[in-house]
Design a protein around this ligand. Structure first.
Ligand code: IMP
Ligand code: MG
Length: 187
């Protein structure tokens, strides 16, 4: 039974090849972002509230959280637009599980895996802004400016990548490949 499941799953090496961003590079960059974020929020009086945009940002957020040297709380919002495709264009964006009370008057940092068209980050920013946080910033591991349709300010950015669909380190294709420790281009 497990053999059948493994056999039906496409082999990651076939779909990926050499990483676009190696796990060591990711680790170094995320660690530096954590330090930078800790400096920016060094003087706030309440713990920083990290809002992770599910599901892709979970791996990044877990590493980022452990690179912080300031107190932080963790919240989640679910955003889905892609289904099983590699483009978000024309598909409706769904937000679910949005927290409310814990964000009022708090310093909020949204954590996203990748800003592509900008629609997801923009939708979450708009929603959270209405709750009147003390401040609101965005951390994104990846920025793919080639497909941007809504202007989004990324306050803390990991890497800018070319116009290729990527998988690994939390990012999926049809729900798969999130477990890969590096980032690969799916061509
Ligand atoms: P946007 O709303 O078009 O900016 O797309 C952002 C969301 O789409 C991200 O939160 C990802 O979940 C997903 N996404 C965009 N590009 C990729 C990719 O290359 N690989 C995996 N997921 C992606
Ligand atoms: Mg996502």
């Amino acid at each position: 039974m497990p053999e059948v499941l493994i056999a039906e799953r496409p082999a990651p090496t076939r779909a990926t090849g050499t990483p676009l961003i190696k796990s060591e590079q990711i680790a170094r960059r995320v660690h530096r972002l954590g330090k930078q974020i800790s400096t920016v929020y060094a003087d706030i009086y309440t713990p920083l509230v990290i809002v992770v945009i599910l599901k892709g940002a979970t791996v990044f957020a877990a590493d980022l959280l452990r690179s912080l040297t300031i107190p932080a709380e963790l919240e989640f919002v679910r955003a889905a637009s892609y289904g099983a495709g590699t483009s978000s264009h024309g598909q409706p964006l769904k937000l679910a599980g949005m927290v409310h009370g814990p964000l009022v008057n708090r310093h909020v940092l949204l954590v996203e895996d990748i800003v592509d068209s900008g629609r997801t980050a923009d939708a979450v920013i708009r929603r959270v802004s209405k709750l009147r946080p003390a401040s609101l910033r965005l951390a994104a591991l990846l920025d793919r400016p080639a497909r941007r349709s809504i202007d989004v300010k990324i306050d803390f950015k990991g890497f800018t990548i070319p116009d290729r669909f990527v998988i690994g380190y939390g990012l999926d294709y049809a729900g798969l490949y999130r477990e890969l420790p590096a980032i690969y281009s799916l061509s």
